[in-house]
Ligand binder design. Structure first.
Ligand SMILES: NC(=O)c1ccc[n+]([C@@H]2O[C@H](COP(=O)([O-])OP(=O)(O)OC[C@H]3O[C@@H](n4cnc5c(N)ncnc54)[C@H](O)[C@@H]3O)[C@@H](O)[C@H]2O)c1
Length: 313
């Protein structure tokens, strides 16, 4: 049994991580200030004596008594709506929060996996994106607060590995979806599903020819767990390489929701990437990992989750 701390554990991905580690018989300490997370996401875990929740802002301190085997550092606003509304909190949690998490890993001699993002590649000039690509980021654009926070997170993590010998792992996570995303977090999956379920128009930004790839959260969690226990210290892409246009995605969701919604177009946001697709050859080689769920299989439980939420609201 391992003793594991998850920062951002009440968020979308963090709560699935907590659930997975509890299901495997580990002890989990979830630290979250509920900035964008929700206690409901972890409510079912409180019944376990191996689960502890600490409501704490990790940019000020993280105090945990006793030993720790692993830290999964997932605290950060993650959707564009959130980080555009919370630019300073996003920069602080990516920098100060990461520093605190790494300091704790050093003190406890725990290994640490930090959540980076495909956004470190910015609006990529090569496609698909391999880990060796350094990216094309606008540091002063509105999205820079998130992209640069995560680039700092990677730099700080590598510095702790090189300087203090901390066992660090860096996951570059690409778009992930699944139950427990928030209805109004502004990401394309909740947007389209909620609009389709309400039979409201589906809003596509630009002409919809920009591409994205979507990984189901259970697949991602499997990749994260493998990466954590692996020996790989350099960043590793985790995502689903099955790329599709936003327009095709809208049409697919509309069909799976059995919706009558029309599709309308709005102007593209500033610095919106035109293409986004992970090259996961390294994860396949080093972790023996690749996503297993088809898009339809992942969308069905996600749509059901949103349907229940909408009925309650
Ligand atoms: N969802 C994705 O597609 C995706 C893609 C790439 C990277 N990521 C990364 O994964 C992580 C989790 O993303 P998510 O989609 O679950 O987002 P989320 O907003 O659902 O979860 C983030 C959690 O962090 C908590 N948090 C934020 N600031 C905090 C602070 N100062 N102290 C303590 N807790 C704090 C929030 O309350 C929330 O519970 C983030 O670091 C994000 O950058 C997510």
């Amino acid at each position: 049994m391992a003793r594991v701390l998850v920062t951002g554990g009440a968020g979308f991905i963090g709560s699935h991580l907590c659930e997975r580690f509890i299901a495997e018989g580990n002890e989990v300490i979830c630290v979250d200030n509920l900035l964008t997370g929700d206690r409901d996401n972890i409510a079912h875990l409180f019944a376990s004596p191996r689960f502890t929740f600490l409501e704490q802002d990790i940019t000020t301190y993280i105090y945990v008594s006793g030993p720790l085997d692993a830290i999964l550092h997932f605290a950060s606003p993650a959707s564009p709506v959130d980080y555009l509304e919370l630019p300073i909190q996003t920069l602080k949690v990516g920098s100060l929060g990461t520093h605190k998490a790494l300091g704790l890993a050093r003190e406890k001699k725990a290994r640490i996996l930090v959540a980076s993002t495909s956004e470190v590649y910015g609006d990529p000039l090569i496609h698909p994106q391999k880990e060796t690509y350094w990216g094309n980021v606008n540091p002063i654009g509105p999205r820079g607060v998130y992209d640069e926070a995560k680039r700092f997170l990677e730099a700080m993590t590598m510095a702790y590995m090189r300087t203090h010998g901390v066992e660090t792992r860096i996951a570059r996570i690409f778009n992930t979806y699944g139950p427990r995303m928030r209805m109004r977090d502004g990401r394309v999956v909740p947007n389209f599903i909620c609009q389709a379920l309400r039979n409201e128009p589906l809003t596509v930004y630009g002409d919809g020819s920009q591409t994205r790839s979507f990984c189901f959260v259970d697949d991602l969690v499997e990749g994260l767990v493998r990466l954590l226990w692996s020996d790989e210290k350099e960043p590793t892409n985790l995502g689903n390489p099955a790329e599709m246009t936003i327009m095709d995605f809208a049409v697919r969701i509309r069909a799976l929701c059995g919706s009558r919604s029309e599709i309308v177009h709005k102007p593209l946001p500033v610095d919106d990437p035109k293409v986004r697709q992970p090259d996961i050859s390294k994860a396949k080689r080093v972790l023996g990992w690749e996503p297993r769920m088809t898009l339809d299989d992942g969308l069905r439980p996600t749509i059901e989750w949103f349907r229940t939420r909408l009925q309650r609201s």
